[in-house]
Design a protein around this ligand. Sequence first.
Ligand code: UDP
Length: 489
Amino acid sequence: MDSESHQLHIFFFPLMIPGHMIPMIDMAKLFAIRGCKSTLIAIPHDEPTILKSIAKPKDLGFNIDVVTVTLPLTEVGLPEDCDNLNRLTTDEMRKQFMRAIMMLDRQLELLIEKLAPDCLISDMFLPWTIELAAKCGIPRLIFHGTSAFSIAGTECVRLYEPHKKVLCDSEPFVIPNFPGEITLSRMQLPDFFREETEITKFYNEVKESEKTSFGVVINSFYELEPAYADHYRTFLGRQSWFIGPLSLCNKEADDKAHRGNQASIDQHECLKWLNSKQPNSVVYICFGSMANFKAAQLHEIAVGLEASGQQFIWVVKKDLDVEEGKEEWLPDGYESRIQNKGLIIRGWAPQVLILDHEAIGGFVTHCGWNSTLEAVTAGVPMVTWPVAAEQFYNEKFVTGVLKIGVSIGVKKWVRLFGDSVKSERVEEAVKRVLVGEEAEEMRRRAKAISEMARGAVEEGGSSWSDLGALLQELRVQRLGHNKKIGFMT
Ligand code: UDP
């Protein structure tokens, strides 16, 4: 077998949080479906979740597997069960966790030596993998898990520092050298942009590693953001491949239901509930895997949803700071009043299964990129309620560029617990996204973009072709590497 036809072997190394792991698993599946051997690197805690997600492609004969590495948690002073970033409660714990991940370098090197992959695709927060990949003679691709709009937007803010030229936190600034006159305020930037900390240093390292990586794979599609894709490639000069939406590799209901954690509702029960509803008549509310709200904010959401008179599915995290079994955020008699009208899922929801159902007419989201793109893909307009990370950029993209969302109006970036929003604003936004002419117009636009998303991943579509081009590029790289070391294929 020559090097051209020999199966490419790719290592996928995600960060251990759902919002980063889920799209990386989808990506590994996609590469396997396109003829590669995909190996996911994971810690033992995540292995069962990954195995469940890849069971079907494995059964179908695709070459996909998972290998485990052990996080030295006790060595950095963390308890053994702190094996996922969303289980860490303080900055110090997060810092130690990242240290433990860096200590995986030797284990990863041994795996590369043993299994001889042709390329390493690793999370943006693992910049140290670039040196390791170079040492092992393979290219490293970086995966940010967000859009070109956000990656390029944050880079223009980092480079040109418009936030340092305003007089106060709430004064808007336009992102310099960035298409579309996009405005933000200092309050909407991550805390480490507002004040230099150790995280700022680490973040700069992450961004600099983009330049020395072989390239960037993006969970987006060209037609969604052509101006920003071009800007990223030409103005910022990053070699990048747009290969999404990755969630579309989950075709059947079972695949969608088994994405990420174990769902807290039976998939058939969930579908039965949705099947009993009219098209576009239900709003879905979920804030991803990290953002959390205090009981008082949940109470406001509950009241607002009921007052809107609309039907809803609301995902509430289980790990609230309330005593087990005491749900003080729930108004008295709430669940009996909303019977048939509202469904509360406590824990984890099969999100893509829900969003793809025709009954869903709107999505109240924290604007994590996965959730945003999943809504785009399903053709569902959004109420944008950003909390942290790059979510304020995603909000701008949805409301200002795509024009398929209305903002709930939060103004301030906070690491975990969202800004407080009163029930009246929840009521108004839910009605706006679900009923009336404005909602119809947004839905029409969202459905058209959804068609483009599906077209992009079909054979001959832009994402399909971009992935093909990337695989070809990796084959060329392998050929060059083999020649260099005098290896005859
Ligand atoms: N998700 C899910 N069920 C939940 C919560 C989240 O399936 O109850 C999935 C969601 O579909 C998305 C990911 O978890 O793929 C969350 O990623 P996102 O970027 O939206 O937000 P993050 O969790 O990183 O803040």
